[in-house]
Design a protein around this ligand. Structure first.
Ligand SMILES: Nc1nc2c(c(=O)[nH]1)N[C@H]1C(S)=C(S)[C@@H](COP(=O)(O)OP(=O)(O)OC[C@H]3O[C@@H](n4cnc5c(=O)[nH]c(N)nc54)[C@H](O)[C@@H]3O)O[C@H]1N2
Ligand SMILES: Nc1nc2c(c(=O)[nH]1)N[C@H]1C(S)=C(S)[C@@H](COP(=O)(O)OP(=O)(O)OC[C@H]3O[C@@H](n4cnc5c(=O)[nH]c(N)nc54)[C@H](O)[C@@H]3O)O[C@H]1N2
Ligand code: SF4
Ligand SMILES: [Mo]
Length: 700
């Protein structure tokens, strides 16, 4: 058998590291970092080698299965693709014909944005469904970022990123890139880059936990969960009141700053200090340091997005970069120029054009907030979800009040999941459609070049041939879509493979003059460097008059909600936050021995004071509870969490009946989202607030 060397970008997280994979026949001999990748420069993390484990996992489905229930026993039976696709299409068509399109629900999960064929081809199916009941992981994650982009710059994908390599001052909130490897900020090798920054400047991290990233920061400030908007407002207040605002080049195309100045007048550092726990003098100092730095950037991620004021936070972060002239300048917060420019090819997005049936929550980009999926299934009436399609998602573990959804899924008439595993969500399906393994299809990163700290581009061929009789995700979408079209008498779509679409996009994209095409990228499999980020404003703006809109009416009005919550006295009680670990990835990477071995990670971190106050002990079992549910979990003492804060990772709870994940079941853990609350959300955006959830902890 011949040995082969393959070049490939890792698709597991947003860092998109270049890999060199050695194979012999069907066997993977090694997975290493690709030193020639212009972005990742040879960096990888421990998850990269798990690509081999995913590929070889005996629990990964290789053929479609259907659920068979006999005498109360459930089993899964392999069926042909013909049967699986025909049955699914017929169920969808019958339901649409009888109950209308809204009776079909759709939930798409996170890996769908790491798998470009799912992005290019989901519309092959969904265009025939056109349901209002679409959901995705976006609304348990980064929806506030998209709204800030849409409202201020005119497009949901216009999200600027830290120009870390040239920055001298970095104010980071609610992100832990040393564990996550960066998010909405593609930044492989982030540790080295941040260390270089702290050698020449300053990294200030604001987080209720002293994280792995805090360990390399110049300064760490604890903050009470869910109070970041007050901190950011106090920074802006200081910048305005001390005359530190210098938007510079941005001034000529920026509107609404005087209105913002007036609106933030009452949000003083003293007011913020009372609720955040950050001293007023520190807030003023940070504002002054930020304004004085030559190239400063403010960036906030999960911790400030998945909380009750997510949209306010993301708007305020943009404003801080704007008023100090740090938007669109080297060393500040910059826009990318991706080779395939989805800002041009995708619509801008919209908000509140329709609302959810039961709770009246606003759509974003034609999707409803994931926090209302369960009630749309269980509440009778016109538009009730009776059939559910899930793709690359595990909402039972990843959305708040997962128990309720777990129960709701049993009420469906029919459920189909496009997924390689029988997990906590897909075990409710009637049919599971497993795609090829990621190494069996080609790869182009449509999502994350768009948020990258350097402009680069890379396309890679499959590592292995596609097994006979298997289908890629995009082929499954196409096959289902065409069957549904025939049943509903709609036009079918000719199958055009994803790489042909990308090829067209590259040849029409902003770097077309470099002769970019699939063919040219094949010849340079480690990727092509297109250089550092460059100033792009005002041309890049997608607002009607190419103006940056600062006084966004929606966020300006939302300040009253903040005043109402924090106006009177102090808000206390224990607050739950999450936690990520570099060897884990949301809910689906716990089935690979080399990633899960070692110490139990699904523990509840708690400050010694809180442990004592609640009659607990380090290592003891405790009951963590909220309005919606409770789990029993081991307490781990830690001075690294702020008093009043407890931290539990999400994505565990693999002990549920019907799950087929042998290794994950050995260390099942509990699901954090059995405790997070589907009614605790950012009321403005509809995004779930999985951080800052009010909880109680007592001895089990
Ligand atoms: N409490 C709490 N909850 C959270 C978070 C938190 O921090 N705290 N984080 C939130 C965030 S940021 C996110 S993104 C969500 C994630 O939420 P989800 O996207 O719902 O969940 P994942 O765990 O990513 O599940 C991924 C699923 O995709 C499948 N899969 C993997 N690769 C492929 C593929 O190539 N094709 C197909 N068809 N399927 C594939 C896996 O088997 C798995 O079933 O969780 C959110 N939930
Ligand atoms: N290893 C690994 N990497 C991943 C993932 C993973 O599960 N594992 N998931 C991927 C995904 S889908 C995403 S979206 C990204 C997320 O990427 P990041 O946002 O960088 O990751 P988190 O570790 O969730 O960081 C959130 C931080 O916010 C803090 N926090 C919680 N509440 C608050 C608050 O109210 N205020 C402030 N200021 N901070 C708060 C938490 O303590 C935590 O340190 O990571 C991606 N990469
Ligand atoms: S950091 Fe992310 S992209 Fe890089 S090797 Fe690890 S999982 Fe893959
Ligand atoms: Mo995410």
């Amino acid at each position: 058998m011949t040995r082969k060397t393959h070049y490939r970008a890792c698709h597991l997280c947003e860092a998109i590291c270049g890999l060199v994979i050695e194979t012999e026949g069907a066997e993977i001999l090694s997975i290493k970092g690709d030193p020639d990748d212009p972005l990742s420069r040879g960096h990888i993390c421990p998850k990269a080698v798990a690509l081999q484990d995913i590929h070889q996992d005996p629990d990964r489905l290789r053929a479609p299965v259907k659920k068979v229930v006999e005498n109360g026993n459930t089993s899964w039976q392999e069926i042909s693709w013909e049967e699986a696709l025909d049955t699914t299409a017929r169920k969808l068509a019958d339901t649409i014909t009888t109950h209308g399109v809204n009776s079909v629900g759709i939930y798409m999960g996170n890996p769908s944005v790491h798998n470009y064929g799912m992005m290019t081809h989901q519309s092959a199916l969904f265009r025939h469904i056109r349901t209002n009941n679409r959901f995705s992981a976006t609304s348990v994650d980064q929806l506030p970022h998209h709204l800030a982009g849409l409202w201020m710059y005119g497009h949901k994908l216009l999200i600027p990123v830290p120009d870390v390599d040239r920055s001298n001052y970095f104010l980071m909130l609610g992100a832990n890139p040393l564990a996550s490897n960066g998010s909405l900020w593609t930044v492989p090798d982030v540790k080295k880059r941040l260390k270089a920054l702290t050698a020449r400047g300053k990294l200030v991290l604001v987080d209720p936990r002293r994280t792995e990233t805090a360990a390399i920061a110049s300064e760490h400030q604890f903050i009470r969960p869910g109070t970041d908007a007050l901190f950011l407002l106090a920074l802006l207040n200081t910048l305005f009141s001390e005359g530190l605002c210098e938007p510079g080049h941005l001034a000529e195309y920026t509107t609404g700053l005087p209105e913002v100045e007036a609106a933030v007048k009452d949000f003083t550092p003293e007011f913020a200090a009372r609720h955040t726990g950050i001293k007023a003098e520190d807030i003023r100092r940070i504002a002054r340091e930020f304004a004085a730095a030559d190239g400063a950037v403010c960036y906030g991620r999960m911790g400030v997005s998945t909380q009750a004021y997510g949209a306010l936070c993301q708007w305020l972060i943009q404003l801080i970069n704007i008023v100090t002239g740090n938007l669109d300048r080297p060393g500040g917060s910059m826009f990318t120029t991706p080779a395939l420019d989805t800002v041009q090819t995708a619509g801008p997005g919209g908000h509140g054009r329709h609302r959810s049936r039961v709770r009246d929550l606003p759509e974003f980009d034609r999707e409803l907030p994931a926090v209302c999926l369960a009630e749309e299934i269980t509440t009778p009436g016109e538009g009730q979800v009776r059939v559910l399609f899930t793709g690359a998602g595990n909402p039972v573990l990843s959305t708040p009040n997962g128990r309720r959804l777990d129960e709701a899924l049993d009420e469906l008439d029919f459920m189909v999941s496009l997924d390689p595993y029988i997990n906590e969500t897909t075990c409710h399906a009637d049919i599971i459609l497993p795609p090829t393994s990621s190494l069996e299809h080609d790869h182009y990163d449509m999502s994350f070049h768009v948020f990258s700290m350097r402009n680069t581009v890379r396309y890679n061929d499959p590592v292995f041939d596609k097994p006979e009789g298997s289908l890629h995700d995009w082929e499954i979408f196409t096959e289902l879509g065409n069957r549904l079209a025939r049943l509903l008498d709609l036009a079918e779509q000719p199958p055009m493979p994803p790489h042909e679409m990308i090829d067209m996009g590259l040849q029409m994209g902003p770097w077309a003059a470099q002769n970019l095409s699939i063919e040219s990228l094949r010849a340079q499999p480690s990727g092509v460097d297109l250089g550092p980020l460059e100033p792009r404003l005002p041309e890049r703006l997608a607002t009607p008059n190419k103006q940056i809109i600062c006084d966004v009416p929606q966020t300006m009005a939302d300040l009253d909600r903040l005043r109402a919550e924090f106006g009177e006295g102090k808000v206390d009680g224990l607050k739950l936050i999450g936690r990520r670990h570099v060897r884990s990835n949301n809910s689906w990477m716990h089935n690979y021995h080399r990633l899960v071995k070692g110490k139990d990670r699904c523990t509840l971190l708690m400050h010694p004071e809180d442990i004592a106050q609640n009659g607990l002990q380090d290592g003891a079992q405790a009951t963590l509870s909220s309005r919606v549910g409770a789990v029993d979990v081991v307490v781990e003492v830690s001075e690294d969490v702020m008093p009043g804060v407890v931290s539990l990772p999400h994505g565990y709870g693999h002990h549920r009946a019907g799950v087929r994940l042998a290794t994950a079941a050995e260390r099942a853990g509990v699901s954090c989202n059995d405790v997070t609350d589907d009614h605790h959300l950012d009321a403005l955006s509809g995004n779930a607030a999985v951080n800052g959830v009010p909880v109680e902890v007592r001895p089990a």
